[in-house]
Design a protein. Structure first.
Length: 98
């Protein structure tokens, strides 16, 4: 959907996928959840609403840290840094990394 420039449908699909994956508490789905957050963030970015997803990414990153989900932590950290840098929030990006 993102390749076909259907931004609204991509956003709705990403939201639905992330909500569906949140209902499960299985470590085998962590890789899929990380990929779902990537596409959800990409949809928000293409719509110009990247700041709207920041609280959800922070919550997901905190959860990934508590679950020792390495793939989720790496993906979400990159998404958060990309989010902060897009809005020139260098101080917050530095605090997140430290």
């Amino acid at each position: 959907l993102t390749d076909k420039k259907e931004k609204d449908k991509a956003l709705e699909c990403g939201r639905t996928l992330v909500l569906w994956l949140k209902t499960f508490n299985r470590r085998t789905l962590d890789i899929f959840a990380a990929r779902a957050y990537f596409y959800l963030s990409l949809a928000y970015e293409r719509l110009g609403k990247l700041s709207d997803i920041r609280p959800e990414l922070l919550t997901a990153y905190r959860t990934a840290c508590l679950r020792h989900d390495a793939m989720g932590q790496a993906t979400l950290l990159n998404l958060l840094l990309r989010n902060y840098l897009a809005y020139n929030l260098y101080e917050q990006a530095l605090k997140l990394v430290q």
